[in-house]
Design a binder for this molecule. Structure first.
Ligand code: F0G
Length: 451
């Protein structure tokens, strides 16, 4: 493995420590002084705006690019390149990520008790999750910096995405995933895209610990979400959402929380949009976790966000089965400055919410459904008012975890649930029916379904 040649020339963006404010070299992940995470800043923006352009000029430029035939304009991430770190065009690895739809969820709105509910569906990215928006930027940076190897620890979506972008960009990739604790579809993706895939006999947090040492010792570029370039790419989902809403901010944006980079990215985007004059007020950003993987909820409720309360994570929403989230400080800052909140939801609440999103003809993976489950609780507690306008961020495609979906509908997911819970589950379950190949049997079934 050859050592990469890191470029250190001064550019429009810089890496800065979120703790002590020191600047860092462009390929670092933690501050050399205080070990806190790094974030990308754009020193020239205060005086001149991105590339010297006003918010109005950027809005028009980004809209016009929707008609362009140029491949980087067709990417829903690079279309917004003025607010991203500069990467020379030939080095950019894109699979036409972003450009994801916003759907109205009218039945879910009624079930949650709000007037208007939209979903920004980041599962409609090329590899089926929001990870692609960040991966295009971070993988392109790796290639530009001269790395030949990239690596990540993952609950399955980051690895699928990284493997795809590495393959497209001619890089080798190494995946560390917890053995037996990610969905088969996600595992199959990283195999198909050609990554070296290792199932470690530990959980996600254990995989992270191993990988952190591997990248210290080998010239391998880390593509986990501590990578600040990933956060920059993921930011574009919020710019795109606001563009789709004609730059009218919703009252609330609700995001699932795992390693807590996505909530950090969306919050950073909104902070920047406000600073640059795209919007005049911040939506409240709230983070929802599974009850069994709730370190941020506990951190805020038990010590007001002073220090992280790591947990031993356990949830069937395997994407967010994370007990020691790296980006908790960034997420906490977003929640505090946007006046959002945190909530936790049970396994049954997640499964029912997932079925409700599916029944709208949209669908998502379990980790994304925590948003609707959380919204219901936030409406009940009065944090979200019934006349407020809410956007859920759905992070993964419905096909990402078909085993969960099948088990749910067959009634195998919650064996031994209480009677009242069973009744609630049955309302949403649609088990496949096995019939004789008889016309009469099918017609009889149709008639009984009509009743
Ligand atoms: N939703 C899905 C579908 C995810 O895959 C993840 C994270 C999250 C939500 C949480 O996002 O970590 O930024 O708070 N998946 C990671 C992975 C950890 O390895 O694929 P976060």
């Amino acid at each position: 493995m050859a050592e990469p040649a890191i470029q250190t020339r001064r550019s429009v963006s810089e890496l800065r420590c979120i703790g002590c404010g020191m600047t860092a070299l462009p390929d670092r992940f933690r501050c050399e002084h205080c070990r806190d995470l790094l974030e990308i800043i754009y020193p020239g923006w205060e005086e001149r705006g991105p590339k010297g352009l006003t918010a109005a000029a950027l809005k028009k430029l980004w809209r016009d690019r929707r008609l362009s035939l140029d491949s980087i304009d067709q990417s829903g991430v690079w279309r917004f390149r003025e607010i991203l770190p500069e990467i020379p065009q030939p080095q950019i690895i894109t699979i036409k990520e972003g450009n994801t739809p916003v759907y109205e969820l009218s039945h879910c709105a009624r079930s949650a008790g709000v007037a208007q509910l939209l979903a920004k569906h980041q599962g409609m990215n090329p590899t089926g999750s929001f990870k692609d928006t960040g991966m295009t930027v971070a993988a392109s940076f790796a290639r530009q910096a001269g790395y030949r190897w990239v690596a990540c620890a993952s609950t399955g979506n980051t690895s699928a995405s990284m493997a795809a972008y590495a393959a497209r960009g001619g890089l080798h990739s190494l995946v560390l995933i917890p053995d037996g604790k990610i969905s088969w579809s996600k595992l199959s993706q990283s195999l198909d895209y050609g990554a070296i895939t290792c199932q470690l006999k530990t959980d996600f947090d254990g995989c992270v610990r191993v990988l952190n040492e591997v990248v210290e010792r080998m010239p391998v570029y880390l593509l986990n979400s501590v990578n600040p370039y990933r956060v920059e790419g993921q930011k574009t989902a919020a710019f795109e959402l606001l563009e789709q809403l004609d730059w009218q901010p919703p009252d609330h944006i609700i995001v699932p929380g795992g390693n807590l980079a996505n909530s950090s990215a969306i919050g950073k985007a909104l902070r920047e949009m406000k600073q640059l004059g795209f919007i005049s007020r911040l939506p409240k950003i709230s983070v929802i976790q599974a009850e069994g993987a709730n370190p941020l909820v506990r951190t805020i409720r038990e010590n007001g966000g002073e220090r992280l309360v790591p947990v031993h994570a356990e949830t069937m929403a395997t994407a967010i089965r994370i007990g020691n989230p790296a980006s908790w400080k960034k997420a906490l800052r977003v929640i505090t400055e946007s006046e959002g909140t945190v909530e936790q939801v049970s396994e049954i609440e997640i499964a029912i919410a997932k079925a409700e999103i599916g029944a709208e003809g949209v669908g998502c993976e379990p980790a994304s459904a925590v948003t609707l489950a959380g919204l219901k609780k936030l409406v009940k507690s009065g944090f979200v008012k019934r006349d407020e306008f809410v956007v859920l961020v759905l992070t993964g495609h419905v096909l990402k975890d078909s085993e969960f979906t099948l088990k749910f509908h067959r009634g195998d997911l919650f064996l031994g649930a209480h009677e009242s819970e069973d009744v609630a589950l049955k309302i949403h379950q649609r088990a496949p029916l096995v019939l004789e190949p008889s016309v009469d049997a099918v017609i009889e079934l149709l008639r009984s379904a009509e009743k």
